[in-house]
Write a protein that binds this ligand. Sequence first.
Ligand SMILES: C[S@@+](CC[C@H](N)C(=O)[O-])C[C@H]1O[C@@H](n2cnc3c(N)ncnc32)[C@H](O)[C@@H]1O
Length: 463
Amino acid sequence: MKENHEGSDWDLRIAKLVSWLKSSEYFRVNDNVFLQDTPESGRGLYLKADTVSKNDVVVSIPSEYQLNFHSVVYHISKFNADLYFERVTCSDNDRVEDGGDPRSKLYKILTTNVVSKLSSFQLLCLYIMFEWKLLPFLNGPVSFWKPFFDVFPAASELKSIPSSWVLLPESCNKALFESLPAASMIHAQRIADQVLTDWRTVSPVLQMWSNAIEERIRPTVNELFQHFVHTYFVINSRCLYIDVPLKKSIADNFTMVPFVDFLNHSSDSELYCTPRIEVLKRGVCGLGTFNIVGGNYKYSTVGEQILLNYGAHSNDFLLCEYGFTLKDNKWNYIDVSPEVERLIEEETTKRFLQENGFWGDYTISESDISFRTLVALAAASSSNVRKVEKFMLGYLTEDSFYPHLQTLLQEFLHSLLEGIAVKTRQLETPEFCDQECVNNILQIYNGYTNIIKNHLKDSVLAH
Ligand SMILES: C[S@@+](CC[C@H](N)C(=O)[O-])C[C@H]1O[C@@H](n2cnc3c(N)ncnc32)[C@H](O)[C@@H]1O
C-alpha cells in the first residue's frame, strides 16, 4: 500500500469515525481486535488479546451507517419530496426544511423516475461524489457521511487497478497495460468500458451540480472525471454483497460498510470470518445490521490478521477489481483460450468444436486441465472426429489418444512457459515507472508458472 496512514491525522480520523459510529448503541467492535496499517496490505484488523472464535462478533455496523441504494434514496428524499419508494424514502417528519441547504435545490432533479433508472453503482457514484467531493465547495452544510469519507483510500492508493491506467490520462502505468495477461486485460477493459458508460449516464447531473460552485473554485470537467474514477474504484474495492429489495440485478446488490471495509482478503473461504446480516434490524433506513463473525479458524496469536474472504477469486480478478494479488492463491487459473484456439488450424476441426459447444473458454487450474481444453487438444491431435466425439460424450478417456494428445499437451505447456518467460523478462526492464504495479503482474505470471509446472510434473510421472 502506498499512502502513509501513520500519525496523528489518521488517528484523529479513526477516532472521529468511531465516535460517529458510537452514536448508535448497536455499533460494536470486538475488544480483542485493533486496527493497524502495514506497507503490504494497508489498514487491516489484527488480534490484540485473547481469542476470536467461531461466531464471535468481530464488527457490527447498523443499517443507518451503510451506503447502499436504499440508504442513499432515504438520504436524498430528506431533501426531495418528489422522490418516493414505499418503505424506503423518509417520512414527512424527517424531511429537511428548505432553509438554505443547497441540496434542497440540487437534489430536485433526482425524482422517482430518474432514480429508478439508475443502477446501484450509478446512484452511489453520483451521491457519494456530490457529498464527498462537491458539497465542501458549497459553503455550509457538512455531509452526514464525512467521517466515513475521511477514511476512504486516496486516489494514489488505488493506482494498482489496471482500468485506471487506461482511464486516467496522467497515469504513468499506461504502458503496463499491454503487459497484462490476456485475462486481466480483457477484464480491466470491461471495467473501464463500464466506468465510461456510467460516467456518460451521471455526468450531466454532476456537471449541473458543479455549476452551483463559484466559478473560481469550480472543478473542470477533467477534474470531475478524475473524482468520478476515484469514487468508482473506492466503491468497487470496498463493496460487500447484500440483498437490495429495490433492485433485481445481482450487480446492484451491494452495500458499503464502515470498519468492515478495513478487513483484508484471504483466499481461504472456509476458514476465516464471514458476514452475517440481521435483516430484521433495518432501522430507519437500510438493509440490515452488517456483522462480521469468526469462522472455523480460531484466532489466538496476538498480532495475527483477522481476515475476510472476498470470494473465490484468482489473482487476475483480484488485480482488476481490487488492485492487489496474493503470493499463494488456490483460486488461480490460466485462461488459455487464445493459445488453444491458435493451435486449431483446420477449419473443419474448429467448426466441429463450435457445433458441439466446445469452442473457447479453455482453462487450466492447479488441479485440473479443464475437460473443454482436453477435448480441444484431442481434436487438434487426432484426425479421427468420431473418436473425439466419443471422448466428448464420455465414452472414451484421454488415454485413448495416447501418445499424441500427451505429447501435444507437453509441448503446449512448454510453449506457455516460454511465453510467460518472455513477458516476465519484458517486465524486468527498467522502462516501467511503478514497481508495485509491475510486481503484481509478475505475481500473476508466477502463479501461472506454478500451475503449468505442476501439470508438467504430473504428466512426467504419469508416462
Ligand atoms: C476492503 S479494503 C481493505 C482495507 C484496506 N487495506 C485499507 O487500507 O483501507 C480492500 C483493499 O485492501 C487491500 N487488500 C485487501 N486484502 C489484501 C491482501 N490480502 N493483500 C494485499 N492487499 C490487500 C487492497 O488494496 C484492496 O483494494
